[in-house]
Design a protein around this ligand. Structure first.
Ligand code: GLA
Length: 509
């Protein structure tokens, strides 16, 4: 079987749905590139998109499958290579000031100060991860890089501008130093650990969606036994099925709020898995973001003697998850949460040991650790993803029923995020209610939450009504000064777009 490598194109129409809209953007980028670096022809031109997750939130780092798709908005990097060991990073957006730094002479990785919120760190982490791989594979990595970046994935919108960025910076590092034919899998694996260098302990969903995206297709992404991405189209329905993305405009910064939001959730799900394993007397693989075990590890160990491993058959996997949901209820007895002392004693370790092992590299703050709620969300959400997939694979003949059933799963996902994972906000709940009242079949947070965007499933004949209602009852109410342009960016019908692309000999004619 051939290994899928990052796609090459030379026409914008092969990448974008509406290429004509992109032409002026590329022209402006190349003009600024010439002004800055003295040539209109970059040595490398690459782009990687943001993503919207249809269903399966906060379960990628527990190693359960998710269902995202790439969007059209993306990050473009135009790159000039030099033999001077200097990196220069600039952005077409003046809010992101340019920086220049030397590559360390002794070949050590560039420094990243994760305590600072510096946009160039997202370039540095691609550099660190890419160079580490190159060195291990005996590639020299001395090339100087001058890059000009243009992005239109809104930052902090929950649409993965950071993943699009680190995918590009990792790819740029590999290509610049002569590592061509980059496989999609390698790029996913490398770019997935990037954000850990800026203090965000995230999973692999966003990078997978950005790299493997395919026009008009969603992706079923699995992480075990190995990364596997299956592309699928949506069934023909009447009315057509559409996805509207509505950005709450509440900025969610995973890095700055990590200790109380994202990184804390990673600690909670890890401790939840360890508590279940302990009570079931199971040994689980010490993998996952904290290298200590995951909920998926609990499933695998619990059913180790079963002839069908988890993930092989949808029906069987759903039953296995049902059993897990029962066990969560039975074993994680303190429904309101565990203090540090309580969980340390359950796991038979000292408080110091617990803190060192789970809370030092990524510091967290909390009153109690809500293990029951997090576990309940994870296992039910993992099951909803399988329910969703199975509806798409065997859709009921009646389109209305299909749309309603898919929508219900999305609504349940939102309820679970609000009530169990606690990553919703009143603004996100408000958008979901307005959308549903105006004809959306399903509405939920997409991405990490705590702000950012929602994804709304609408029958095509209802999309406009949903959009109009949100404009009036959400945007104009909360942001009375919002311009039409800002509104058009915040609220749009989204079509699944293509993934990471290397653009060779771009022709803009
Ligand atoms: C962020 C992370 C992903 C994933 C989502 C929540 O987007 O980067 O890895 O965990 O949150 O599903």
């Amino acid at each position: 079987m051939s290994v899928p490598t990052v796609v090459h194109h030379n026409k914008l129409s092969e990448i974008y749905d509406k290429a004509t809209v992109q032409v002026p953007r590329y022209e402006a980028l190349l003009k600024k590139f010439e002004e800055r670096y003295g040539t209109k022809k970059p040595d490398l031109l690459i782009r990687s998109p943001g993503r919207v997750n249809v269903i399966g939130e906060h379960i990628d780092y527990c190693f359960f499958s998710v269902l995202p798709m790439a969007v059209e908005a993306d990050i473009i990097m135009a790159i000039q290579l030099t033999d001077e060991p200097v990196i220069e990073v600039a952005n077409t957006n003046p809010d992101f000031p340019a920086t220049k730094f030397d590559l360390p002479k002794d070949g050590s990785p560039v420094d990243i100060d994760a305590t600072k919120s510096d946009w160039v760190n997202y370039f540095r982490c691609g550099l660190v991860v890419g160079q580490d791989y190159l060195k291990k594979n005996n590639y020299p990595c001395t090339k100087g890089i001058k890059v000009l970046i243009d992005g239109n994935v809104p930052t902090g919108s929950g649409l993965s501008s950071s993943a699009a960025f680190v995918v590009c910076s990792t790819l740029c590092t590999l290509l610049a130093n002569g590592y061509t034919d980059v496989s999609k899998k390698l790029l996913t694996q490398l770019s997935t650990v990037c954000e850990q260098h800026v203090g965000v302990n995230s999973g692999g969903m966003d990078q997978s969606a950005s790299i493997w995206g395919l026009k008009d297709h969603a992706l079923f992404v699995s992480f075990l036994p190995d990364l596997n991405v299956v592309e699928f189209g949506f069934p023909e329905t009447n009315p057509k099925l559409e996805f509207v993305i509505a950005n709450s405009l509440v900025v969610s910064n995973k890095q700055e709020t990590g200790p109380v939001n994202y990184n804390l959730r990673v600690v909670e799900v890890t401790l939840g898995a360890l508590l279940m394993a302990k009570k079931l007397n199971l040994t689980i693989k010490p993998d996952g973001n904290l290298q200590a075990g995951t909920f998926r590890g609990v499933v695998d160990a619990y059913f180790a003697n079963d002839k069908t491993p988890y993930g092989q058959d949808i029906e069987d996997s759903r039953k296995k998850l049902d059993k897990m949901i029962e066990l969560v209820d039975e074993l994680i007895t303190q429904k309101d949460g565990y203090t540090t002392e309580q969980i340390a004693s359950e796991l038979e370790m000292s408080v110091d040991e617990l803190k060192t092992k789970f809370m030092t590299k990524y510091p967290v703050r909390y009153e109690v650790l809500k293990l029951y709620r997090r576990a309940y969300h994870v296992f039910t959400e993992a099951k909803r993803v399988l329910d969703f997939l199975s509806l798409l694979q065997n859709p009921p003949a009646d389109s209305q029923k299909l749309i309603a059933d898919l929508g219900n799963l999305m609504n349940q996902s939102q309820d679970s995020q609000r009530d169990y994972f606690n990553n919703s906000l009143p603004q996100l709940d408000e958008i979901c209610s307005i959308a549903r009242e105006n004809g959306a079949a399903g509405a939920r947070i997409t991405g990490a939450g705590f702000g950012g965007s929602t994804v709304l499933l609408t029958p095509a004949n209802k999309s406009q009504q949903v959009i109009d209602a949100l404009k009036k009852d959400y945007y104009k109410k909360h942001y009375p000064k919002i311009t039409d342009e800002e509104l058009a960016d915040a609220l749009l019908v989204s079509k699944p777009g293509s993934g990471t692309t290397i653009i060779d000999n771009l022709s803009l004619e």
